[in-house]
Design a protein around this ligand. Structure first.
Ligand SMILES: Cc1cc2nc3c(=O)[nH]c(=O)nc-3n(C[C@H](O)[C@H](O)[C@H](O)COP(=O)(O)OP(=O)(O)OC[C@H]3O[C@@H](n4cnc5c(N)ncnc54)[C@H](O)[C@@H]3O)c2cc1C
Ligand SMILES: NC(=O)c1ccc[n+]([C@@H]2O[C@H](COP(=O)([O-])OP(=O)(O)OC[C@H]3O[C@@H](n4cnc5c(N)ncnc54)[C@H](O)[C@@H]3O)[C@@H](O)[C@H]2O)c1
Length: 470
């Protein structure tokens, strides 16, 4: 059977769904092809379950900081049950229905390119369906966890982000390889749910290596206080697991080996391009699909191929993938209709200076724009100011021993913000104000008139501006 649509989207994660939605809003027809579950990694094995696991752990920490309240042990079984609800028990019928309501045609199966504007879908029951696109094909296939080539690691069948977010029980002893976002969030969630011996094995010299160093230090301090062991400067050199599912031993470049009941590997992700047929359109199949700011794949004749979300390797974050997808769907509709395709709203430029991101640890770490190190490396005339969040009355009132810090990186000539980082319990909701200030390049002299309410944590904005000299 051959079918023709204006736009064919491969991958129904948050990015693919949004690309289809915007293209249809622009007057085009669309088909969305999905090999596993509509909603993608984010809904079932990433953002949603990880935050469902973290929230009670975070709340217990909040309660412990509040005088007069007592936090009992977290009921792991209840938290896992709530997580199951949050992932709809791996039933994607709600998402499939939503795609139908766009309206777009949902096609279940594994899609692959077969030359320009042609997509072959391997159907779950066998057989292949051929789809052709009148205007565009959008790749939105996401990313997959990487297993580094450590001897014995693959044979040990460790957990990746998929298994830890879908865990049916909590191991007593957990070793975590990696020091990035997945490692930190999941170490904290599992430890809070009962993994009494949790050991994080970090190759570099600190956790969250892409964040401001003070944020890494605050998370490390919190982990130490909670009893999560962090070993920095260590490489896994060999992994042993004599019995499938039994204890696992990680041998390290220095120091004693770590024995655990489960090993989580959280050492980054790679674009999901396997078997996607990129070679049939002249693209390499072993790397993210490079795109321009309209999300059009570079190096493909005719300009009909686009890539949004994790698969283009730009910013591996759901909100950034969805943002790219809105631009992509709109720009495809504009180009199909012969309208102007170069309006500012038709270019995804937000990632270029540093995407907003929240790490949902306790303390939360959130940042937007450039770190001081990056701003200096890019040659900006930088002046950075910091302030102790715990000294802000609104933060002090949140609980005993509130620990946090904020930093603003300022372009000292233009007197606009290049980046902002907050680390502290409940800091996540501070981030969007920073995102607006950084994105809109609000001059500090204007920001001075944005008066934060008393007593809120946002008063740190005033303190940062005072520290700068206003
Ligand atoms: C543990 C964890 C926690 C995270 N937490 C957050 C968070 O809190 N906030 C945040 O912003 N980001 C978070 N992320 C990142 C976020 O999950 C990704 O950035 C996001 O899912 C990317 O969306 P996407 O649509 O590009 O890809 P995905 O969500 O990966 O969706 C891609 C879809 O394409 C399908 N697919 C792949 N190949 C084919 C094919 N050939 N044919 C048909 N279908 C195909 C897949 O089955 C999948 O459904 C987290 C990631 C992890 C691992
Ligand atoms: N809250 C959120 O926004 C959130 C949560 C989870 C994941 N994510 C996104 O998902 C993506 C993937 O997360 P991640 O934590 O897997 O990747 P990451 O890139 O954040 O961290 C990977 C870590 O593994 C280390 N590493 C790499 N190779 C290694 C090796 N061979 N041995 C030991 N350590 C090694 C790196 O130094 C780094 O510390 C990130 O880009 C992140 O933005 C976002």
């Amino acid at each position: 059977m051959a079918d023709e649509f204006d736009v064919i989207v491969i991958g129904a994660g948050p990015a693919g769904e949004n690309a289809a939605d915007r293209a249809v809003r622009g007057g085009l027809s669309a088909a969305v092809v999905e090999a596993e579950l509509a909603g993608g990694e984010c809904s079932y094995w990433a953002c949603v379950p990880s935050k469902a696991l973290l929230r009670p752990v975070e709340l217990a920490a909040e309660v412990r900081r509040a005088p007069g309240l007592t936090a009992g042990p977290v009921d792991a079984a209840a938290v896992l049950a709530r997580r199951d609800e949050a992932v709809s028990h791996f039933d994607d019928s709600g998402q499939v229905e939503w795609i139908g309501s766009v309206p777009a045609e949902f096609v279940r199966g594994r899609g692959r390119l077969d030359g320009p504007k042609r997509v072959l879908v391997d159907l779950p029951g066998g057989g292949t369906r051929t789809l052709t696109a009148r205007h565009a094909v959008v790749l939105a296939t996401g990313s997959r966890a990487v297993l580094p080539p450590v001897p014995g690691l693959a044979e040990a069948v460790p957990w990746t982000s998929r298994e830890v977010t879908a865990a049916k029980s909590v191991p007593g002893r957990l070793a975590v390889l990696g020091g990035g976002v997945v490692a930190c969030e999941m170490a904290q969630a599992m430890h809070g749910l009962g993994a009494r011996e949790t050991t994080v094995l970090v190759r570099g010299d600190r956790l969250l290596g892409r964040m401001e160093p003070f944020a890494s230090a605050l998370v490390a301090e919190s982990f130490a206080a909670a009893g999560i062991e962090v070993r920095t400067g260590v490489e896994a050199v060999r992994v042993e697991r004599p019995e499938p599912g039994g204890p696992v031993t990680v041998h390290l470049s220095s120091g004693p080996p770590v024995e655990a009941d489960e090993l989580l590997v959280a050492t980054g992700r790679r674009a999901a391009t396997d078997g996607l047929g990129l070679e049939t359109v002249g693209l390499p199949g072993d790397r993210p699909v490079a795109v321009d700011d309209s999300m059009r794949a570079t190096g493909v004749g005719g300009g009909w191929l686009y890539a949004v979300g994790d698969v283009n390797g730009r910013d591996l974050l759901t909100h950034m993938g969805k943002y790219q997808a809105r631009v992509c769907g709109d720009v495809i509709a504009a180009r199909a209709g012969g309208g102007p395709d170069d309006l500012p709203a038709l270019r995804a430029t937000a990632g270029g200076y540093g995407a907003p991101q929240v790490v949902f640890t306790d303390p939360q770490v959130c940042s937007v724009g450039r770190t001081e190190e990056r701003a200096r490396a890019e040659g900006f005339p930088v002046r950075a100011v910091e302030y102790d969040l715990g000294s802000v009355t609104g933060a002090y009132l949140l609980g005993d021993g509130y620990r946090g810090r904020a930093k603003a990186v300022v372009d000292d000539e233009r007197r606009v913000l290049l980046g902002v980082t907050f680390a502290g319990p409940g800091a996540a909701e501070l981030l969007h104000a920073a995102t607006i200030a950084v994105t809109a390049e609000v001059p500090l002299e204007r920001l001075w008139h944005a008066v934060p309410s008393f007593p809120t944590v946002s008063e740190v904005w005033l303190r940062l501006l005072e520290a700068y000299g206003l």
